[in-house]
Every structure is written in C-alpha cells, then in structure tokens.
Design a protein around this ligand. Structure first.
Ligand code: SF4
Ligand code: SF4
Ligand code: SF4
Length: 443
C-alpha cells in the first residue's frame, strides 16, 4: 500500500522533534480544560449557557468525532491535557528528562488489567449517566476534575501513562477508530531496530522518555495503542521513526483477535443506535427514562441499554457467523469478523453527531461571549437566539455517512473473512440491517 512519509519534510520533522510547539499547545489545552472545570463548578447551572457543557460536549465532541478521529486517529491524544500534570509529576520535568527522576512507585499495571475492559466499563458508565452529564454543568465539572486527578494518582503509582492506556473512557474508542485514519506512526526499517542497542524508544535515554504508552515502536502494526506523543521521534538515535499518510482503513486489513476490542466495537455501535433512538427519536418515554437517573424507569433503561449491547447485537451477529464454515473456533471468528463493525460504528457516530452538533452549534457562539452565564457580552454575541444550523445538509450528510460506513464495513468484512477463510455474507447482512435501523432512527 502506498505511504507518503510526512517526516521527510524538514519543517514537520523539526516541529515534531522539538518539545516547544507541543508544549505551547498543551498549555492552551490545559488552561481551557481547567477553565471548563471551573465553569462547570461556579458558572450558571443552565447547561446551554455554560462553557463546560457547550465547549466540551458540543464543540470538542464535534471536532473529535467529525474531524480529529476520522482524519488524525489519535491526534487528539497528542494534545490532550488530561495526562499532563500526572506525567510532569512522574517525570519530575516538563521538558527534557532531568538528571535525577523522582522516586514514585513505578509499578507495572497488573496483567489482568492490561486490556481495554476497564475502558469499556468507564465508557459505559459515562454513557448510562450521559443525560445528566450532558446537561448539568457541575456534574461535567466534577467528571472532568475526576479524570484529571485519576490520571495524576495513577501516574504516581504505575509506570508510564496507565490512565490513558487502561482507564480513559475516551481513549478506548479513539484507539479503536484510529485504525481507520489515514495517518500512522511506524518505523522505517525493521533491520535497524533489530540491531539497535538499548532500544531507547521504549526504555528512554538522555534525549527523551521511553514510550509513555508502553508500546515498543518497532513492533507497531496498528494505531490503537500509540498515543502519537512523538517521544520516540525524539529518542530514536537512528532516525527510524516516520509519520506516514496512508489510505483510510489501512489497519483493518489485518483483523483483531481480541474480545475486549470486539466488544468495544459492539459497545460503540450499540450506543450510537441507542442515543439516536432515545435522544433524537419520537419516544418521549425513553427520553424521560434516560433523564430520570435513579428512578425505576431509568433502571429499566439501563437493563435495555446493556441488553442491546451485550446480548441482542452480539447474539444476532453470532447467529449469523454460526452459519459460516471456518476451521477457527467461534470466539476467534467472532473477534476477527467484529473488525468490520469499526468503520460502521464510526460512521454511525458521525451521522448521530451531525444531528446533535448542527442543532446545538448556535450555543457555542453565544457562550463565547458569556462562558459562565453571568450576563457578560464579550463579543456581542451573548444574546444570539438558538437556531439549528445548516439544517439543509443534515439529511444528505447523514445518509452519505451511513451508506459510506456500510460500504467500508462490507469491504472490511471481506478482508477479515478472507484472512480467517470464512464467508463475509452474514457480517455484511448484519451491517446492512443495522444501517437500515440507524437510517430509520435518524431520518
Ligand atoms: S487516552 Fe484519554 S486522557 Fe489519555 S490522551 Fe487520550 S483522551 Fe487524553
Ligand atoms: S530506538 Fe529507533 S532504531 Fe532503536 S528500536 Fe527504537 S525505533 Fe528502532
Ligand atoms: S513514544 Fe512513539 S510509539 Fe509510544 S506513544 Fe509516543 S509516538 Fe506512539
């Protein structure tokens, strides 16, 4: 497959090798993140007029799901402020490695947690409480602060970025969908790595830190767990790391074999469908149940939510693949063929988010002038009335996303089925039926 090495460009390479451009972005992001926490805690309780709700759940979400993940994979993780204070504390430095590093516990994360099940659970918890989270500024402020403190706490107990790698609810799905992005970090020459002394990209050196994501760059075959922190570009003494442009979906040519990743694909696919039904559908009772956290109706909503994700969707998928003959055990077939749900799920989220974001985008312009809802009018836009934006493109853009996702997932299903010598037909039928349901829910 064709690759274009972006790091051949001396300007890009210099910018990535230097710590200063990234630090400048980090500081802006960290200031914005702390402001979002404060806005959530001390600003107006009216969600649609509070910076924490409007900028985190509308503006950031739109940028993340419509631009950052599809085009830059883990690009958001490259500038995310959440792990920074913990990482600076762990390293005892903000820039280059210090002479003497602080003596934190530096433990290995226990083997049973070295997967993305905790990320699956943390995402589901946010999803189940999302109606409150998305509308109540102080809950958003508390959750943002909790993530910052959890990342700091884990940095003082475990080595590297344990929070990002094993717990972050956002990092789990960014990693899954980053496999579709047309950008990657890879080594240039395997032979150079094979003879490289000390593997500083993983173990660190005077030039920089060992991979914070606990990944050996020489062994990367997919984007999922590389946080694009650029540290290995700084530490590799042989200039053997490249950032490449590549075709979309390149990582999906080799299907996954992991059940935690397969279930992540079902969790994301199912959540997008449920949100589309509950938040945008005509069923008031479902919406009431989702919003009335703690009531009997909400508990029924939770049971239905989890049943769709863990029983109905995987059950129908399994019934389909049971019809295919393959020399592999069912579990392995399930995990491999679930790779086809990755582009489908991403496009479901794109289609759902278009509705959500275009409907609410006018709040962003108003909140710029009055981010805490205290009656300011900094740029004269505070009183802009709510109005949906670009409504005329919504239905065509959603249809295009869903049909595009179906075509991508069918191609991915064929490749995965070829790899494991099974038929792709049941998976394509499953993707077709779920796409029909999503079209019905959204349009
Ligand atoms: S995994 Fe989560 S906390 Fe870590 S960099 Fe990515 S989004 Fe930020
Ligand atoms: S430091 Fe460079 S050459 Fe050495 S193992 Fe890492 S990527 Fe390969
Ligand atoms: S050090 Fe390299 S391989 Fe590790 S997360 Fe950073 S960019 Fe990815």
């Amino acid at each position: 497959m064709n690759r274009i090495e972006l790091t051949r460009n001396p300007f890009i390479k210099k910018a990535l090798k230097s710590r200063y451009p990234q630090l400048a972005v980090f500081i802006v992001m960290l200031v914005g993140y702390i402001f979002a926490i404060l806005a959530g805690l001390i600003g107006t309780p009216v969600g649609s007029h509070n910076f924490s709700i409007v900028f985190v759940w509308i503006a950031w979400w739109a940028i993340l799901i419509l631009v950052a993940v599809p085009f830059f994979g883990r690009g958001w993780c490259a500038v995310c402020p959440i792990p920074l204070p913990g990482e600076w504390l762990q390293r005892g430095a903000v820039l280059s490695p210090p002479e003497k590093r602080p003596k934190w516990l530096n433990l290995h994360v226990p083997k049973m947690f070295r997967n993305i099940w905790l990320q699956n659970i943390s995402f589901l918890l946010l999803a189940l409480f999302s109606s409150v989270l998305l509308t109540t500024p102080n809950i958003t402020g508390i959750v943002l602060a909790a993530m910052l403190f959890a990342a700091i706490g884990l940095s003082t107990i475990f080595e590297r970025r344990a929070f990002c790698r094993y717990l972050c609810p956002v990092g789990g799905f960014i990693g899954l969908y980053s496999q579709t992005a047309p950008i990657e970090l890879r080594i240039k020459d395997k032979q150079v790595c094979a003879t490289c002394d000390g593997k500083p990209c993983y173990n660190g050196s005077q030039a920089g830190y060992g991979c914070p994501w606990d990944v050996f760059p020489g062994g990367i075959t997919k984007n999922t767990y590389c946080g694009l922190c650029m540290e290995c570009i700084r530490t590799c003494p042989h200039d053997n790391i490249a950032i490449n442009l590549r075709p979309f979906l390149a990582d999906l040519a080799k299907p996954s074999t992991r059940m935690d990743e397969a279930f992540k694909a079902f969790i994301m696919l199912g959540s997008a469908m449920i949100y589309a039904g509950v938040l945008l559908g005509p069923w008031g009772a479902f919406k009431d149940a989702a919003y009335n956290v703690g009531t009997n109706a909400w508990f029924i909503y939770v049971v239905i939510f989890l049943a769709i994700i863990f029983v109905v969707l995987p059950g129908l998928f399994t019934l389909g693949i049971l019809q295919t003959k393959s020399p592999l055990p069912l579990k392995q077939r399930f995990a491999s063929l679930a790779t086809a749900l990755i582009p489908l799920g991403l496009m479901f989220w794109v289609a759902f988010s278009l509705s959500f974001v275009l409907t609410n985008a006018s709040y962003i312009i108003a909140a710029l002038s009055d981010p805490l809802g205290l009656g300011w009018n900094l740029f004269g836009t505070a009183n802009l009335p709510w109005q949906p934006m670009l409504s005329f493109i919504l239905a065509p853009a959603q249809t295009l996303s869903l049909v595009g996702g179906l075509i991508w997932s069918a191609r991915t299903a064929q490749k995965a089925a070829n790899e494991i010598k099974a038929s792709s037909t049941p998976v394509i039928v499953f993707c077709f039926l779920t796409t029909l349901v999503m079209l019905w829910l959204l349009l």
